[in-house]
Design a protein around this ligand. Structure first.
Ligand code: NAP
Ligand code: ZN
Length: 347
């Protein structure tokens, strides 16, 4: 199947137009004509090879929405013309304990990412900065026509990555929950934690985001550079979701957890972060992490969003403006997710 999109050819050059081939759809596959693709900070980490092991040419993008244009003869959930989404995962073993439990990102054989990964058959995967994508039905989601399609795209990664740990650790009424970093993931974490009924405190380095944080559902906002504001919350949180993309001091957040509280990392800085033993043993605290979410849970999240009218706050951009968009994401200067209008591929 012929595809075209934008690719990085090394870790420093700008992304450029790229023609490539995807596998022809098989009996269980769905082909989606991509309308919009979100820009996740993970795209930038991988384009710049900040985690190591990047494979070029790389077509990034794992927040994909569009229309179904073809289905294999064993596909039951989709027909041509339906809206559909593809997220971070396109293949897992489906038989290990984790896959069977609906925890496919933790597949013991290894989950195959939508781009910058190799399928079990050894093909390189290419992502959503492109006109189309083919994926097995199991990894394709139903999208409600009720919501603004462009603003749904970020739910496929930023949405599920924050929804899943907030559900797992029981964010809800009577719980004090913190969200660190008001970016693409952070603003979705804030919306979900608020929607689940928790008392939510948004942590940010950016004074310019205080008013937005309140509008997005924060009961309180803490400027993290202000030691007095941080100290006021010492030992008080049940759960803190850390959505920061760059190195920062974890101990400052561990110190804010109450007895049995948990700090969960979803942000993926490129270097290890030091943790003091005293920050953990005090109050029997836990430090944990979470990766995206399972297929069933992702659909549940999308349905929850359709019911509650929850989408991302987005700025639309074009394939021609990727370099500027990346620069602004790195500066924390986007409200709060860029989404590429894939119609711009044609201009
Ligand atoms: P983003 O939109 O760039 O947001 C990151 C936010 O972190 C910024 O808006 C900023 O918030 C804060 N921040 C940035 N640099 C900082 C620094 N030096 N010190 C303190 N705070 C800083 O990124 P994103 O797309 O939300 O992604 C966030 C991270 O999650 C990335 O590392 C990404 O790779 C990772 N991720 C993980 C998963 C997973 O499955 N676990 C899935 C997707 C993404 P303020 O301006 O409010 O301070
Ligand atoms: Zn992502």
């Amino acid at each position: 199947m012929k595809s075209h999109g934008y690719a990085a050819h090394d870790k420093t050059s700008p992304l450029v137009p790229f023609n490539f081939e995807r596998r022809d759809p098989g009996s269980k596959d769905v082909v989606v004509e991509i309308a919009y693709c979100g820009i996740c900070h993970s795209d930038i980490h991988q384009v710049k090879d900040e985690w190591g092991g990047s494979m070029y040419p790389m077509v990034p993008g794992h927040e994909i929405v569009g229309k179904v244009v073809a289905v294999g003869n064993e596909v039951t959930k989709f027909k041509v013309g339906d809206l559909a989404g593809v997220g971070v995962t396109v293949e897992t073993c489906m038989v290990c304990d984790n896959c069977r439990a609906g925890a496919e990102p933790y597949c013991t054989k290894g989950m195959v990412g939508t781009y910058n990964a190799k399928t079990y058959a050894g093909e390189i995967t290419y992502g959503g900065y492109a006109n189309n994508i083919v994926a097995p039905e199991h990894y394709v989601y139903t999208i409600s026509p009720k919501l603004d399609l462009a603003a749904v795209a970020p739910l496929l990664c930023a949405g599920i990555t924050t929804y899943s740990p907030l559900r797992h650790w029981g964010a809800g009424p009577g719980k004090k929950v913190g969200v660190v970093g008001l970016g693409g993931l952070g603003h979705m974490g804030l919306k979900f934690a608020h929607s689940f009924g928790a008392h939510v405190v948004q942590f940010t380095t950016s004074e310019s985001k205080i008013e937005d944080a309140k509008k997005l559902g924060a009961d309180e906002v803490v400027i993290t550079k202000d030691a007095a504001q941080m100290a006021k919350h010492a030992g008080s949180f049940d759960f803190i979701l850390d959505c920061v993309s760059a190195p920062h001091d974890l101990n400052a957040y561990l110190d804010l957890l109450r007895l049995n509280g948990t700090l969960c990392l979803v942000g993926l800085p490129e270097v290890p972060l030091p943790v003091g033993a005293f920050s953990l043993v005090t109050n029997r605290r836990s430090l944990s992490g979470s990766m995206i979410g399972g297929m069933k849970e992702t659909q549940e999240m999308l349905d929850y969003c359709a019911e509650r009218n929850i989408v991302s706050d987005i700025e639309q951009t074009s394939v021609q403006n990727l370099a500027e968009a990346y620069e602004r994401v790195v500066k924390g200067d986007v409200k709060y997710r860029f989404v590429i209008d894939m119609a711009t591929l044609k201009s």
